[in-house]
Design a protein around this ligand. Structure first.
Ligand SMILES: CC(=O)[C@@H](O)[C@H](O)COP(=O)(O)O
Ligand SMILES: NCC(=O)COP(=O)(O)O
Length: 238
């Protein structure tokens, strides 16, 4: 069974739009777990445009499944993760002004840097995962960093699959086979959705966890919209 970790960034985006506490991020985190998610993911960004650093702290008492914090390991992020002690930290090399995560690590070029950071998190009993493209040298480089897991960056797969190009899965399958042979755990995420998740899962041996946010929250809106419009109409009847 592959674990589903729900990324709740978008709930915080919606909350921040009005400055209050609707929707309630902590309630959503509690609810997704009650509904069956095996993990909660957040990606606090330096500008706190969605998840705030205080949210990461408040979630410690709410997340009783796997708590996964993603981000670029700059000093503030490192300190936050070491304070929160989540189940897993996922290191993502995104620029401060990136709209969303848009690249995996170059695990060859940044090997010494990653090794040092990974060692620090592991010393604090935090499992590590690093965000990578499905490139064989990059997977080999990831092994040398000492990371427990990799997270396959699935944007390219999701995009191509949406265009009908099912062959786009091939580099991911090969990367997963190599990761398995090297003893690296495999996570995956970015733009996974109800449309592509089944095919992805079927083609990735040993897929331990997927973190899904943007599509899942959008799908929740669509799948809940009919119900909510009906509920309003019931209350508005003469
Ligand atoms: C690491 C990754 O793939 C991300 O998808 C991410 O956590 C989403 O971040 P945003 O919600 O800020 O786009
Ligand atoms: N690690 C990927 C993640 O948490 C969610 O990415 P997305 O589903 O919002 O694209």
């Amino acid at each position: 069974m592959t674990k589903l970790s729900v990324n709740i960034n978008k709930i915080a985006t919606l909350r921040n739009a009005r400055g209050g506490n609707v929707p309630d991020l902590l309630k959503v985190a509690a609810d997704v777990q009650r509904f069956g998610a095996q993990g909660v993911t957040i990606h606090p960004r330096p500008d706190e445009r969605h998840i705030r650093y205080q949210d990461a702290r408040d979630l410690i008492d709410v997340v009783y499944t796997e708590y996964n914090i993603e981000g670029n390991p700059m000093d503030d992020f490192m300190n936050l993760v070491l304070e929160c002690k989540p189940t897993q930290v996922t290191l993502v090399p995104d620029a401060v002004d990136a709209i969303t995560s848009n690249a995996g690590w170059d695990t060859v070029k940044h090997q010494a840097y990653l090794k040092e950071i990974i060692t620090e998190f592991q010393r604090n009993n935090i499992r590590t995962s690093i965000f990578v493209d499905p490139v064989l040298e990059i997977i080999e480089g990831a092994k040398v960093t000492g990371t427990d897991r990799i997270e396959l960056y699935t944007e390219a797969f999701a995009h191509q699959y949406g265009l009908g190009n099912h062959k786009a899965i091939e580099p991911y399958t090969k990367a997963a086979e190599l990761a398995n042979s090297l003893g690296l755990g495999i996570n995956a995420g970015h733009d996974l959705s109800l449309d592509n998740i089944e095919f992805f899962k079927q083609n990735i041996p040993g897929l331990l966890e997927v973190s899904i946010g943007h599509a899942l929250i959008s799908e929740a809106i669509y799948l809940g919209l009919e119900n909510v419009v009906c509920l309003y109409n019931q209350k508005l009847r003469d």
